[in-house]
Ligand binder design. Structure first.
Ligand code: 5GP
Length: 210
């Protein structure tokens, strides 16, 4: 079947492990991962162009002005945005594109791309989430506190997502997300072109029997 690419938005609480989940998802299965731009400083081990396109505030502002993002948002103290060109090119090629973005951005995507599949990754419980945030050891207490506050606010937005997936065991979580995307791709509404072709071909073949 010749299907067009799907836009898949993955969000989740800070510290839930979505970065690792998404990394494994694209290693294991055939998805195109969008690399966002951000004004945040790189964390140890992060590479420009791989984890993010790291930008100054001025560079980021220029990209906004030149319509370079399909969405952008401020999160805690930094700006994050999804580059337009990569996403549009990949969808046009028929590839399934993964965006790992926060809630405000996900809502903007839903407005612009009503067919996008929105998946929210959550933790088994709040205590686990707090421990994961602390265990990461990359942010100080003030930032962790802000991220927990933001997580509290984000619980109100979870209902806007199509699917809720718990990250307890990472491999199970990755496979659960892949299953969700697979199921979505088989929806009749996403295969209208196939249905039309089938109808046309059946009519052609039927006529040869007359
Ligand atoms: P972090 O600083 O931990 O890498 O990311 C902070 C938050 O920004 C995460 O929730 C992440 O999903 C989100 N984020 C990353 N890239 C983008 C983007 O392009 N747009 C939006 N709206 N959020 C993003």
């Amino acid at each position: 079947m010749n299907k067009s690419g799907m836009l898949i938005v993955i969000s989740g609480f800070s510290g839930v492990g979505k970065g690792t989940v998404v990394k494994k998802l694209v290693e294991r299965y055939d998805y195109s991962l969008s690399v966002s731009a951000t004004t945040r400083a790189p964390r140890p081990g992060e590479t420009d162009g791989v984890d993010y396109h790291f930008k100054t505030v001025k560079e980021f502002q220029n990209l906004i002005d030149y319509n370079g993002f399909i969405e952008w948002a401020q999160y805690v103290e930094n700006y994050y945005g999804t580059p337009k060109k990569f996403v549009e090119d990949e969808l046009a090629k028929g590839n399934n594109v993964i965006l790992e973005i926060e809630v405000q951005g996900a809502m903007h995507i839903k407005e612009q791309y009503p067919d996008a599949v929105l998946i929210f990754i959550t933790a088994p419980n709040a205590q686990t989430l707090k421990e994961r945030l602390e265990g990461r050891g990359t942010e100080d207490a003030k930032v962790i506190s802000k991220r927990l506050k933001r997580a509290f606010e984000e619980t109100d937005d979870m209902v806007q997502y199509d699917y809720l997936v718990v990250n307890d065991d990472i491999d199970v979580c990755v496979d659960d997300i892949h299953s969700v995307i697979q199921a979505e791709s088989f929806k009749t509404s996403r295969n209208a072109e196939y249905t039309d072709n089938m109808k046309f071909e059946l009519e052609v073949i039927r006529k040869t029997y007359n």
